[in-house]
Write a new protein. Structure first.
Length: 702
């Protein structure tokens, strides 16, 4: 246990604690929310863009007909949106009644000529978006969404009062001429005739409930609702389906019987089937004498009371599987007694519960801090973030299959790069050293399969970016990619006791050395472009840091007898010696490692410090330990005093990067961002490493 009473470490503890507490306070635990999507509506594709095409929906409409899509987009004041539009016919876009886009001739007639436009939300918190398209002989409609599909995908909800929690655009029926639709958000549904419709027709309401829900006689359904019991006493449970029965808190309740219920709120499940009575609705009643319990939706106060799961031919499912409200059961999920209305799970938080590469590093750093200082609350926070992802993984796969793009686990489910998997997977494996992570085995196995079998490879086997979501990234290999693959492979090899993953990690590092290592500079270039057959030879700080960390984690588990060891160790020693010589005048490293006129960069300095601490304990370097310890101490003092302020904000972290063959891009255009998640985790890891050195603690990485 690390004591915080030692004056030598009080300052480190204080800084790391402020950084940790600020992050958690600003990104608290937030549960996902449930919204409705209409199965018969237009959905988003795998790039999170709506495909609003009308040729098949209205095949009998005349050439020249117009249709208007309308949706609500929530936003922050002054938020900037970069929109993508690929029109297949004449298209106009209005935001808050102002025309912001009109398609041109080239875009309308060429399917690969997408266009982009920017909109700033000013003081608005909601945007009314209308997309108006005309039918032509060659098409009708458009593809619409965010230009930044990984970092800022968007979805809309319904614009009317009744559709605020329903995802997706609504649209008008075809019109003969374009109209200046004066729509106002939160107008009542009855004011317009919008599609897809929300409610059953009078004739459909007369049909048996089972039939409306898509079932047949003798098939089972689950219904779920929430009930609050204000007093502990006996209550009478009844339902209009004679052989239905209930479950409450794991207890089975036969229809029309009493049960003693303790005070509290519960989700109640009713199981029923149509046995020839052809009832057109499910009626549930819970009461004590003449006092009726008020029932409400188990999902959202804005939903009808009862939600349904089914149909099923038999009751093979365990009650916990059903009542979790997040499990897909036999390819089915919860729905409403309304036309094609299916529940879906949405994350509303910007960071908590999200899955991306910088958050993988952030969570690893938070967990390192938690274990170092026995902060069980922080460890629980990290675990809850990760388990929100792992326990919704199966659901997100189902959601993607049915609706094109999910709103939880977006990156891992629609994986197309190492960024989407390796870093976050490494964070999961860090927690698994000390604790269980619910439903993590499938996720980890899928990450390993993606890296080993699905990610693009050069003929020699080197992982590289091909068919990337941004054309800039295509046919490239990045220094960053080492951290997005190698540390996961090393840790997964240890976790599964499977040497093949360590062997793959070693080989990937050797290929990175082949393509990105500059022996004359003893540094790594940032990106190798296979189209031009050259590296950009620019030693970007954080990119070099990721290679260094990957080398460190691999060497910790590579036998000196392994054929890869000598080359990896030789490059490692040469690399870190050069880095030590390039330390800046203020004991920090710079955005461009070989240019002290570029700004002092926090994340690369922290990565170097973390690795330097491990190198000290492993005696991997020729420098006297006292000299290295002095560098480690001085650099941490500089970083922590300059870059972590009194409120726990982190400064000096380079924002997420593209790449260039121009050094000016890195030096002048690629600036910093306060509290960027690319830096928080690695600073925590570095601070903990410095603290271990000051206390002379053993290396736990081996």
């Amino acid at each position: 246990m690390t004591s915080i009473n030692d004056e030598r470490i009080t300052k480190i503890y204080t800084k790391l604690t402020k950084l940790t507490n600020r992050y958690i306070e600003e990104n608290p635990i937030v549960a996902p929310v449930y919204r409705i999507s209409l199965e018969n509506n237009f959905h988003r594709n795998h790039k999170f863009r709506y495909e609003l095409f009308f040729e098949k929906k209205y095949p009998e409409s005349k050439i020249g007909s117009w249709v208007c899509n309308w949706g609500r987009l929530k936003c922050e004041p002054n938020q900037i949106f970069d929109f993508y539009i690929n029109p297949h016919s004449p298209t106009i876009i209005k935001i808050n009644q102002q025309i912001v886009y009109k398609s041109g001739l080239i875009a309308e007639n060429r399917r690969n000529e997408a266009e982009y436009f920017r909109y700033t939300a000013k003081n608005e918190t909601e945007l009314s978006i209308q997309i108006i398209s005309q039918k032509t002989k060659i098409g009708w409609g458009c593809e619409f969404g965010s230009a930044r599909i990984k970092s800022n995908p968007i979805y809309v909800t319904g614009p009317t009062k009744e559709r605020k929690e329903i995802e997706g655009f609504v649209h008008t029926s075809p019109q003969e001429s374009w109209m200046n639709y004066p729509y106002q958000l939160d107008d009542p549904e009855e004011k317009y005739f919008l599609q897809p419709r929300l409610n059953w027709t009078d004739e459909e309401k007369k049909l048996p409930l089972i039939k409306r829900l898509g079932g047949e006689p003798d098939q089972y359904f689950y219904g779920i609702f929430s009930a609050t019991f204000l007093e502990s006493k006996e209550y009478f449970f009844s339902c209009n389906y004679p052989k239905a029965h209930f479950y409450l808190d794991g207890k089975k309740i036969e229809n029309k019987t009493n049960l003693f219920v303790k005070q509290g709120s519960y989700d109640v499940v009713v199981i029923f089937k149509d046995e020839g009575n052809y009832l057109n609705q499910l009626l549930v009643h819970i009461a004590h004498n003449n006092e009726t319990i008020t029932l409400k939706s188990a999902f959202s106060d804005s939903f009808p009371v009862i939600s349904y799961l089914g149909p099923f031919s038999s009751l093979e499912h365990s009650l916990p599987e059903v009542i979790s409200k997040r499990n897909v059961v036999q390819n089915r999920f919860w729905k409403l007694d309304a036309p094609a209305q299916t529940m879906r799970i949405f994350l509303t938080s910007s960071l908590f519960g999200q899955w991306n590469y910088p958050l993988g590093v952030t969570l690893r750093g938070l967990y390192t801090y938690a274990k170092q200082f026995h902060r069980e609350d922080v460890a629980r926070y990290v675990k809850e973030h990760i388990e929100l992802c792992t326990t919704h993984y199966e659901y997100a796969l189902w959601d993607t299959k049915h609706f094109g793009a999910p709103e939880i686990n977006k990156n891992i489910v629609l994986i197309d790069s190492l960024d989407d998997c390796g870093s976050f997977g490494r964070a999961i494996l860090e927690v698994l050293k000390y604790d269980d992570v619910a439903e993590s085995e499938r996720v980890l196995a899928d990450i390993a399969t993606y890296i080993m079998e699905k990610q693009g490879r050069q003929p020699n086997g080197m992982l590289y970016r091909v068919n990337a979501h941004m054309s800039l990234m295509e046919n490239t290999a990045w220094a960053d990619d080492t951290y997005m693959s190698v540390p996961f492979l090393v840790a997964y090899s240890q976790y599964k006791k499977a040497p093949k993953y360590l062997k793959e990690a070693q080989q990937q590092l050797l290929w990175s050395i082949q393509y990105l290592w500059q022996p004359d500079k003893r540094l790594f270039g940032h990106v190798y472009n296979f189209e031009w057959q050259t590296s950009n030879d620019i030693p970007w700080g954080r990119g070099n840091g990721w290679v260094l960390l990957s080398l460190t984690e691999t060497l910790l588990h590579t036998s000196e007898k392994a054929e890869e060891y000598d080359m990896l160790k030789q490059v490692y020693q040469s690399f870190i010696q050069e880095i030590l010589e390039l330390i800046g005048p203020n004991a920090m490293w710079h955005q461009l490692l070989d240019d002290t006129d570029s700004y002092e960069e926090t994340s690369c300095s922290a990565i170097i410090l973390f690795n330097l601490g491990i190198a000290l304990r492993e005696n991997w370097l020729e420098n006297p330990n006292k000299e290295l310890l002095s560098i480690l101490s001085n650099s941490w003092e500089s970083l922590s005093s300059k870059m972590i302020d009194e409120d726990g904000n982190l400064h000096g972290v380079c924002k997420g990067s593209g790449y260039s063959f121009s050094r000016d891009y890195y030096k002048f255009e690629l600036g910093t961002k306060v509290n960027d998640t690319h830096g928080i985790g690695i600073v925590l890891m570095a601070g903990c490493e410095v603290l271990k050195q000051r206390r002379g603690e053993p290396n736990e990485n081996t």
